[in-house]
Design a protein around this ligand. Structure first.
Ligand code: NAG
Ligand code: NAG
Ligand code: NAG
Length: 262
């Protein structure tokens, strides 16, 4: 009887030490895992985002082929040729929209209505939208931080991708193409941004919609003359001044035919 009573606290004490031991082991394993995973997490996270958005091995190979092992400021747009060949843009007649400095209002519209698609709504655009990636000379890793910013160098990993993607997207343009520019900035059409797309070589109609968040510029803006000049002979050009509220209204009225938005 006395033996049993004395053994109970002994057992409890044993159990207590086992618990402490297990907790200590778990903490140590946790710390080790945390340290190793943290090192890998950057690359892993990027891989996970890329893989969850995109499941095609060929695209992944072609994507990494463009920049892995290279100085992030020495990746020209053509490095992504293999990628745009592996995941080509589908022509979307009369629905293609380009934009500059009007991102939010345009994406609000394209997310709610099928009338228009921007490059960010396409497969490659969706996969890489808002991501940052780069590698280093001689490295086989992908980094998501410490990469050059958009304006730090011209041929940076991310900017070159969007440059190449815009060019390929423009190449499949057909029918009427819309360009949504910002009427509240001094130069709504910035030629350097579009010339690389070589818009001149494609035979499509260009509808330019100038969005007015504040009434500063109109269709007579000199920069729009430059846009017209860049279009090949025979390409129709028209410009409309559209208040921002009208575009927001269009986004909210799914029953309204797209053609009557503006
Ligand atoms: C970017 O790359 C292109 C193509 O290789 C090259 O012609 C151009 O000079 C480069 N630009 C800069 C600023 O390095
Ligand atoms: C136009 O540009 C201005 C200044 O960058 C910005 O504040 C405004 O939101 C832009 N308008 C649209 C419709 O995106
Ligand atoms: C643009 O395309 C036209 C017609 O295909 C071509 O003649 C011209 O050289 C191209 N320009 C550039 C800068 O690629």
């Amino acid at each position: 009887m006395e033996e049993g009573q004395r053994q109970k606290p002994k057992k409890r004490r044993k159990l207590f030490w086992i618990c402490i031991f297990v907790v200590v082991i778990l903490v140590v394993v946790g710390i080790v895992l945390w340290v190793t995973l943290r090192k890998k997490s950057e690359a892993e996270e990027f891989k996970a985002v890329f893989t969850s958005r995109c499941c095609c091995c060929l695209s992944k190979y072609a994507f990494q082929h463009a920049y892995v092992g290279k100085d992030p400021c020495l990746v020209p747009p053509d490095a992504y040729q293999l990628l745009v060949d592996a995941a080509p843009f589908e022509p979307a007649c009369n629905r293609m929209m380009f934009w500059s400095k009007t991102k939010d209002v345009v994406h609000d519209l394209t997310s709610k209505r099928d009338c228009f698609i921007t490059m960010e709504d396409t497969f490659l655009g969706t996969v890489l939208n808002e991501l940052t990636w780069c590698s280093k000379e001689g490295s086989s890793d992908t980094f998501t931080s410490g990469c050059p910013g958009w304006t730090d160098c011209v041929n940076n990993t991310v900017r070159s991708f969007w440059s190449k993607a815009s060019e390929s997207y423009a190449q499949v343009a057909c029918g009427s193409v819309s360009v949504m520019l910002n009427g509240s900035i001094a130069v709504p059409f910035n030629p350097t941004r579009y010339t690389s797309h070589n818009m001149t070589s494609y035979e499509y109609i260009c509808d330019v919609s100038l969005i007015f968040s504040t009434n500063k510029q109109n269709c007579a803006n000199p920069s729009l003359k430059n846009l017209q000049k860049e279009l090949a002979q025979g390409i129709a050009y028209s410009c409309q001044e559209v208040p921002e509220s009208q575009i927001q209204e269009c986004a909210l009225q799914p029953h309204k035919p797209c053609g009557s938005c503006w």
